[in-house]
Design a binder for this molecule. Structure first.
Ligand SMILES: Cc1cc2nc3c(=O)[nH]c(=O)nc-3n(C[C@H](O)[C@H](O)[C@H](O)COP(=O)(O)O)c2cc1C
Length: 257
């Protein structure tokens, strides 16, 4: 997608902040004013964000929701890290719908996650009316797999694939897909944290992803956007459980070369 940068020359003072911050270096300063060669523009909006005089607009975007910058430093670092330690995968959900405005916020957090070259290639598929059917397909696939393996895989005998094995009674399942797995993964992490601020828990269902890769029927039912890979299956809901403390973890595998 091409982007059209407009510069309001009544406001531009030629300070060069846009030129210095542009990742594709497509600005120059001529006769005390910024000039943009938009063919290289990736639409990241840094010029828009950094201009002290609001001289820049980008045609292709609706800028009505742009707001003042709120830096992450408003959060206390110790508390922020403790909140990260305290995040848990949720596998037990209350029988309670997630409000529409909260779903919108979760998706908005995904929309604003970074994407390589600002590709903004992430899509959010809410299973909605197809959730039950999708779960049924997954359940029958897994039951078949588990039953077939029972004879020769130790420890599998006790696994019970009940009707809610995949979505745990959750009322909201969002499939995050993208052309780049990393872009979709980052969006998912942002969404999980956004959800957590509103008391909503997440389960990433790798089991669902396995079914998706194995079942053409499931892929036909859901039909991801063209060229998209499934990056995560986010099962969301209000937790029915409360954790008293954080968990221990292995030491970070840090290498300094
Ligand atoms: C990519 C991914 C796939 C996962 N798939 C499943 C899954 O299919 N079922 C499940 O119960 N938990 C799943 N989990 C949750 C992990 O088991 C969980 O993150 C891990 O045990 C650590 O627990 P914590 O998230 O509470 O720290 C998945 C997590 C990730 C990141």
């Amino acid at each position: 997608m091409g982007y059209t940068i407009n510069i309001d020359y009544a406001k531009c003072v030629g300070c060069g902040l846009c030129a210095n911050d542009c990742p594709t270096q497509h600005f120059c300063i001529e006769n005390g004013k910024a000039l943009s060669q938009t063919s290289l523009c990736i639409g990241c909006g840094h010029c828009f964000a950094i201009c002290p005089n609001g001289a820049i607009s980008i045609d292709e975007y609706d800028s009505s929701n742009v707001h003042e910058v709120v830096p992450f430093s408003v959060f206390n670092d110790e508390e922020f890290l403790k909140a990260i330690h305290s995040r848990r995968t949720i596998r037990q959900f209350k029988d309670k719908e997630i409000e529409k405005n909260k779903i919108e916020k979760i998706i908005d957090a995904g929309r604003y996650s970074p994407t390589g070259a600002n590709a903004q290639d992430v899509a959010f598929t809410i299973l909605g009316s197809k959730q039950d059917e999708a779960e049924k397909i997954c359940v029958s696939l897994f039951r078949f797999g588990v039953n077939s393996a029972k004879g020769f895989v130790k420890g599998i005998r006790n696994i019970n694939i009940d009707d809610k094995f995949f979505f745990k009674g959750s009322k909201l399942v969002i499939l995050v897909s993208a052309k780049s797995k990393l872009n979709g993964g980052l969006a998912s992490a942002y969404m999980e944290m956004m959800a957590a601020t509103m008391g909503i828990g997440t389960l990433y269902s790798g089991f669902f992803e396995t079914c998706f890769s194995l079942s053409p029927k499931l892929r036909r039912l859901i039909k991801l956007p063209k060229d998209h890979k499934l990056c995560s299956c986010m099962v969301l809901g209000y937790p029915k459980v409360k954790y008293t403390r954080t968990v221990p973890r292995n030491k970070a595998n840090v290498r300094e070369l």
